[in-house]
Ligand binder design. Structure first.
Ligand code: HEM
Length: 233
């Protein structure tokens, strides 16, 4: 699309709402980890509501967002995923370059979204009644059995998140160091360099309006904030 350097061209890949979502999610997850460690439960809850807002937004954006942000663009069948995974060690640029998430990365994204979504939702029902004395906003509306199951999931699922995030960051660094593909930079700036003969693949991306994305994000934030305020009475 622009910025030609020898046989490489810079192409636009990720829209602004996807990038905002990604780095806001990283900040929210790190904040919830840190505030849990430091027993800052009120900020921990706010970080959790932020994760919930972001996941809600990303689910909607997965249907109405840019073409490569849509779930149907990156959630493919097992044949494609296995075929792609087998090509990772020795595949050519043409075989490994996708104008969005590759088939294996796409499922990693889905797993991350489900795990962080489960963490945020179960947090709404979680309690700490030994020294912080904190109840999630929906605890009062469910039986104590249900709440303690949610509490258990909240404390167990976090280990799956650590494992999935570890694998995710390892994959991003693997592409950077071994494959010399800067996917991390692309998630920051929205653009990446690809061989000139692959540019046409990226020209097919249809970008949705960033204003629409921000509008949906604000709406999700209001929904979560309103819901929590209402539940707290
Ligand atoms: C709390 C930690 C993290 C979580 C929960 C997380 C989650 C996600 C999610 C859900 C996506 C999909 C984005 C979308 O389509 O909307 C994604 C993509 C991506 N993330 Fe992360 N991420 C985390 C940390 C990181 C870090 C630290 C890096 C950099 C080292 C990173 C690099 C990337 C890259 C490069 C992509 C795009 C992958 C591709 O090109 O297919 N992530 N991440």
């Amino acid at each position: 699309m622009s910025d030609q350097t020898s046989d490489q061209k810079k192409v636009k890949l990720w829209d602004f709402p996807v990038r905002l979502f990604h780095w806001a999610l990283v900040i929210a997850i790190v904040t919830s980890w840190w505030t849990n460690r430091e027993l800052m439960i009120d900020i921990h809850a706010i970080a959790g509501y932020s994760v919930l807002t972001l996941v809600l937004f990303r689910i909607i954006w997965g249907f109405v967002g840019s073409s490569n942000a849509k779930f149907k663009a990156f959630l493919t069948g097992p044949k494609k995923v296995i075929g792609y995974a087998l090509k990772i060690p020795n595949g050519s640029m043409a075989e490994l370059t996708y104008p969005g998430h590759n088939p294996a990365g796409g499922w990693m994204v889905a797993v991350l979204l489900v795990l962080v979504g489960v963490q945020a939702v179960t947090g709404l029902f979680a309690s700490e009644d030994t020294f912080l004395f904190f109840d999630g906003p929906l605890v009062a509306y469910v039986s104590s059995d249900f709440a303690s199951t949610m509490n258990w999931i909240h404390h167990t699922n976090i280990n799956l998140i650590y494992a999935a995030v570890g694998l995710h960051v390892f994959a991003a660094l693997f592409y950077l160091v071994v494959k010399r593909e800067n996917l991390i930079g692309a998630m920051v700036t929205g653009a990446r360099k690809v061989p000139a003969d692959l540019v046409s693949r990226f020209a097919e991306i249809r970008f949705a309006s960033p204003i629409l994305g921000i509008g949906i994000l604000v709406m999700c934030g209001l929904l979560v904030w309103g819901g929590v305020t209402l539940a707290r009475g």
